[in-house]
Design a protein around this ligand. Structure first.
Ligand SMILES: *Cc1c(COP(=O)(O)O)cnc(C)c1O
Length: 384
């Protein structure tokens, strides 16, 4: 492959993941409207416009913008009055677990993941369910759909809600539908590191008008009307400035996903042409015609047979300015925030100890991708 030379490779280390930004004038135009209206938050015009733009883009029934995914998840759990044990995964970003610890009356119960899609393994969920189970909180780990239909079936059989932490999944589709349309509610993150963002932000997605109304009340202090407070709610409203940022960022999201896809395809091509002992590429297996990814992550698994540790590969890449991330390491049980039964979840432990995500940035061109692949080739050759 012909490589375009880079002007300054050192600069690369700064740009491993950059948000997309809209045209300044487009945002400024909406800011001007907000200033003229003198309406900054509390479900104003930008909020309404953003909500309806999201609804039609995603083709889902209800979308509620919130301050971030963490507050969104907590809102769903509290608004649905989830109590008792909640079956969840040890393989996620810490927030998934922390929201459970912040809900009174809720106890996290872990179940192991699948080695294929890194989401909850339905058989393990069945084993973990007991008389005290109040809900399932699953995660589409690294933006890859888990076994959503089987989890839906389990939840339906048990009559318990199924909630998805779908934080990195904006734009992911499964069986012809937006991934967030599965389960009783899903929560997206619009943090600047995600495919689509509002700087900080997120959204609760549900097909149930009841779930939507409860969540909307909850994120507004539990206030139903001027004289009635129905729940000990929080403040999770997205303000007008961020809703405006979302509105102007939204039209660019397909382009950004396309650019990420080109980076991921270059990585896939590289690993088809170059085999490295002990390095496996999970995305090669995700040729599932039911799944449309948003190309948020490009994970590698560094197996023991590679002759190199995952950490030494990460370190060698870093010294060349390529920042690869260990998502999700450590597992939630090894964070220290949970005195958990370690070693009980062998698949999560194995994946977490081996995973390394290469940078995927919508601003990468051929030069950047080529430079990363050159570095990767050198680093992985050293392990042969
Ligand atoms: C990003 C992320 C979060 C946190 O989202 P915030 O909007 O920053 O609160 C939670 N869970 C997962 C799986 C994530 O990737």
């Amino acid at each position: 492959m012909k490589r375009v030379p880079l002007a300054d490779p050192v600069e690369l280390s700064l740009v491993m993941n950059q948000p997309t930004v809209p045209e300044w004038d487009d945002y400024a135009g909406l800011l001007r409207q907000i200033f003229d209206a003198k309406w900054m938050t509390n479900f104003g015009e930008m909020h309404q416009r953003f909500e309806s733009a999201l609804r039609s883009r995603m083709d889902v029934d209800h979308v509620l913008p919130v301050t971030n995914a963490t507050v969104g998840l907590m809102t769903v759990l509290r608004a649905l009055d989830v109590q008792g044990e909640v079956i969840t995964t040890p393989f996620s970003f810490p927030a998934t677990h922390h929201v459970l610890l912040n809900c009174p009356g809720v106890r996290p119960v872990f179940a192991d993941i699948s080695g294929e899609d890194f989401g909850l393994e339905p058989d393990r969920v069945r084993e973990a369910i007991g008389p005290e189970t109040g809900a399932i909180l699953a995660v589409h780990a690294l933006g890859v759909p888990g076994r959503v239909c089987e989890l839906e079936e389990i939840a339906r059989e048990r009559g318990i809600p199924l909630i998805f932490d779908a934080a990195p999944c904006f734009g992911v589709r499964y069986r012809g539908r937006d991934l967030t349309s599965y389960g009783d509610a899903s929560v997206l993150s619009f943090h600047a590191t995600k495919v689509f963002h509002t700087a900080e932000g997120g959204a609760i997605v549900s097909s149930s008008p009841d779930v939507y109304e409860r969540c909307r009340t909850w994120i507004n202090f539990g206030i139903q009307d001027e004289d009635t407070i129905v729940a000990p709610g929080l403040n999770g409203k997205m303000d007008e400035l961020r809703c405006a940022l979302g509105l102007v960022n939204l039209p660019g999201v397909d382009g950004a996903i396309g650019k990420r896809r080109r980076v991921v395809e270059a990585y896939l091509r590289f690993f088809r042409e170059n085999r490295f002992e002990g390095i496996t590429v999970p995305l090669e297996r995700y040729r599932d015609p039911d799944v449309e990814l948003n190309y948020s992550y490009f994970p590698l698994l560094v197996e023991p047979g590679s002759g190199r540790s995952r950490d030494s590969i990460a370190q060698a890449l870093r010294s060349r300015g390529v920042i690869a991330r260990k998502y999700y390491w450590p597992t939630i049980l090894d964070h220290g925030s949970f005195p958990g039964p370690r070693g009980k979840f062998p698949v999560a432990g194995r994946i977490s100890g081996r995973i390394l995500c290469l940078p995927v940035n919508p601003h990468f061109g051929e030069a950047e991708t080529g430079k990363i692949l050159d570095d990767l080739e050198q680093v992985l050759e050293m392990g042969r």
